[in-house]
Structures are given as structure tokens and as C-alpha cells.
Ligand binder design. Structure first.
Ligand SMILES: N[C@@H](CCC(=O)N[C@@H](CS)C(=O)NCC(=O)O)C(=O)O
Length: 263
């Protein structure tokens, strides 16, 4: 559902498509509340992880895009500031503590959920602790995603006309770099390449990177005419990633992302 802001631009206040159905199924109170907005890729990381682990959660009523121009933290909702000091989503409120406690920052929340899941639902996005080398290969992939690929995505989408070619190349190089790390993991171990390997299970890297690779197929395709790298192995990886049930359940329709990034 789209609304028109004062600027005349259209933005979405609610998720759509598959994500809408999932959101509707998570409105009743639970021990964990996810503070979210519908377009945010950092939020999507957490949402996918919760769906994958099967940890019960409630979506905060802010699964909508609050006005990104509203930088004044005092204008942010008080309940959001309680769980996220800078007023950024995602954040979790943990109702099991009295009074409730909170966690913010997507990478930190993912670590928290991994710890929680390993002791409760017994599901994991990492190789077993008994295989530290396989785990370190995943951490190298995560480091690359967070320090290279995600920043390259933003440089590309924000680039002025004259720097678009250069920033587009940087983004492609960042994807190539990730592929090399996947290939290394496939060569050196058999348990740290996640969905990269046919028949593999979702990994923490897949969860960490999926929201941006997905937005490359809609937002970057729309605003930058971007096409993902060719090559059958990468194509099959994308196919497995974007169709992975826990990921798909958190996806709105392409127009929501395209409209959100117009701003
Ligand atoms: N480093 C943060 C980034 C989160 C972030 O930038 N969230 C954006 C939405 S995608 C947000 O809350 N923006 C609101 C604002 O800047 O006021 C994380 O990984 O959780």
C-alpha cells in the first residue's frame, strides 16, 4: 500500500506480497519483538534468520518505512529509541527479561540469534564448533560482505551519472570477490559454502548478503540497468538463494523496493 509524502514521492508503509502474508502471521505478542521497516535490507537479514531458525517472534507495528528524512532522533518513536539508541532498525525487544531488554545492529543480532538457536531450537547457520576452519571461512565471507559488497552497493546506487560506470564495476568486483571466497570454501572444506553448493544448506553468509543481491535484481536493475554477472554457477546460486523458503517469505514485491529507493 503506497502513500504520498510531502515531497510528492511515493513510499510504502507496509510490506506486500509474500512478506505481507508472513507479517500478518506475526502480529500477536511473543518473547521477541522485531522492530522493522518494510524496505530495509538490514531488517530482512534478521527476518530471514528468525524464519530459518523457527524462533517465534512478533513484528513490531513499525513494519513500515518511517520517513528517512526525519533525522532528528527526537522525532523517532519512543519505543524504537528504547531498543535502538540511534533509532535505527532492526532491533529486538526481549520480553523474557523484566524489564525487557534489547539488542540492535543487524550483525550483532544475527550472532545473538545463532547463540539462542543453538541452545533452543538446535538449528545453526554456521558449521559446527568442532570445525573451526570451516567457521573461519564463513567469517571471511561475512567480512567481505559487510566491508566491501554492501558499501559498494550503496556507492553504486548513490553515484552521480559520471561515476556510475566506475561504481558499477566496483559492485561487480565485490560479487566476484564473494564468489572466489565461496569457491575457496568449496575446495577446502565441504561445509562452509552454504547455498553456493548444490544441495547445501543456508549459511550465515547467504543470510547476510541475500537482501543486497535481491535488491540488485530489482532496485539496481531499475535505476542502473544493472545485470548480475553471467555464469551458470552464479545463476544457480541466485536461483537457490532467492527461492529459499525462509528468504522468499520475507520478500515484498519489486515495486516496493523500487519506490523506496527513489528517495
Ligand atoms: N548498521 C545498521 C544499519 C541499519 C540501518 O541503516 N537501518 C536504516 C533502514 S535500512 C534505518 O533505520 N534508517 C533510519 C534512519 O536513518 O533514521 C545495522 O546493520 O543494523
Amino acid at each position: 500500500m503506497a502513500s504520498t509524502a510531502d515531497t510528492g514521492k511515493t513510499y510504502h508503509r507496509e510490506c506486500t506480497g509474500e512478506a505481507y502474508k508472513t507479517a500478518q502471521a506475526h502480529i500477536s505478542p511473543k518473547d521477541i519483538t522485531l522492530f522493522a521497516s518494510c524496505f530495509c535490507p538490514f531488517v530482512q537479514r534478521i527476518w530471514v534468520a528468525l524464519e530459518f531458525y523457527g524462533i517465534d517472534y512478533r513484528l513490531g507495528h513499525r513494519l513500515r518505512c518511517f520517513d528517512l528524512d526525519e533525522v532528528d532522533p527526537y522525532k523517532k518513536p519512543a519505543d524504537l529509541l528504547e531498543v535502538s539508541p540511534k533509532g535505527l532498525v532492526p532491533a529486538l525487544r526481549l520480553e523474557t527479561y523484566k524489564p525487557p531488554r534489547a539488542v540492535n545492529e543487524s550483525t550483532v543480532i544475527l550472532e545473538f540469534l545463532e547463540d539462542l538457536a543453538s541452545s533452543t531450537v538446535k538449528r545453526s547457520l554456521l558449521p559446527p564448533v568442532t570445525d573451526p576452519y570451516a567457521r573461519v571461512l564463513i567469517r571471511l565471507q561475512l567480512d567481505h560482505v559487510n566491508r566491501t559488497l554492501v558499501p559498494a552497493f550503496y556507492r553504486f546506487i548513490q553515484a552521480q551519472e559520471e561515476s556510475q560506470i566506475q561504481t558499477g564495476k566496483e559492485f561487480v568486483q565485490a560479487i566476484d570477490g564473494l564468489v572466489k571466497l565461496f569457491q575457496r570454501a568449496a575446495q577446502e572444506t565441504n561445509s562452509s559454502c552454504g547455498l553456493w553448493s548444490d544441495g547445501g544448506e543456508l549459511s550465515l553468509t547467504d543470510v547476510m548478503v541475500a537482501p543486497w543481491l535481491f535488491r540488485a535484481t530489482n532496485v539496481l536493475a531499475h535505476y542502473r540497468g544493472f545485470m548480475l554477472p553471467e555464469g551458470p554457477q552464479f545463476r544457480s546460486y541466485m536461483e537457490r538463494l532467492l527461492n529459499y523458503p525462509a528468504f522468499k517469505r520475507t520478500c515484498s514485491t519489486a515495486d516496493l523496493y523500487i519506490d523506496s529507493y527513489e528517495r
